[in-house]
Ligand binder design. Sequence first.
Ligand SMILES: C[S@@+](CC[C@H](N)C(=O)[O-])C[C@H]1O[C@@H](n2cnc3c(N)ncnc32)[C@H](O)[C@@H]1O
Length: 316
Amino acid sequence: MKYRHAFHAGNFADAHKHATLLALLRALARKDKGFLLLDTHAGRGGYDLSSSEAHRSHEADEGIERLLDVTPPAAPSGDGSAGAAWPAEIADYLAVVQSFRRERHDRAAYPGSPLISLLALRPQDRAVFIETQPAEHAALREAVSQLARYAPTGIAAARRSVVERATMECADGYARLSTWLPPLERRALVLIDPPYEDAAGDQRALERAVLEILTRLPSAVVALWYPIKEARETTAWIDRLTSRLPKPPDAAVMPWLVSEVCVHPPDSRVGLNGSGMLVVNPPWQLAERMRVWMPAMHHAFDPLGRGRWTARERAG
Ligand SMILES: C[S@@+](CC[C@H](N)C(=O)[O-])C[C@H]1O[C@@H](n2cnc3c(N)ncnc32)[C@H](O)[C@@H]1O
């Protein structure tokens, strides 16, 4: 395994994934009952965008830094915000990143999915982070313990408990599904964010993992990130995956939605044309909200409009 997320931290795909993750966490928190956040491919937790890896790729310049720099679009009518303002979900994501930076006194710090989750979870929630590379896992442990130290000012003291109780395992995220699911709470958000170094192998593992999660807990919210290189092939894979979702006990079909942001035309050979998220069992109104925040995000990343944004769904 050679994959190092440090080269890609904070790029447009991370921003798309992390803003979606945060919106899912906020949606699950609308109910008082606690839930389990299971992050199967957690990475190292925190990233330094001034590191040599990040500096070599400059990917964050066209991701998080672009969002922080550009003027937000005029608010669409009916969005509840006045004048030029980011839709609530993007504003929330930017506020989390900025408060993390303020806390560290470091404007090049960037929180990965574990830290974003821990900054949003409540005392009644639980978090489990699985990472297979020992060095990344060790860095994740350090990042989470630092968060616990900063927590008194960074997040309300009451919320510190979720950080202190977070479980971190150095293991194969797919193999650990059977240990963690179904959770006692009977509510879970599972983030699956593999490196796709072996794209075909990862796709097969993902198909099995999604089925296993939904068999163990049919109501689980599953958020799966995927890269878009050849759009036609990616769409065919997502169609195959969604057509094989198990039938839930209380509905005719399992609901899902797909959100994609592409910054290049679908057939260009640049490497990464776009970023996709498949969300199975999406929370109420997520699709409607995505139709507000996705065009704003897409315009910031792709002002010349070479790519596109998509939010399509199958309701349950
Ligand atoms: C895209 S990165 C994760 C980034 C992280 N989710 C974030 O958003 O900040 C993928 C990570 O998965 C790890 N990984 C690869 N295969 C794995 C497996 N089978 N189980 C758990 N982690 C794995 C890699 O070492 C890498 O750190």
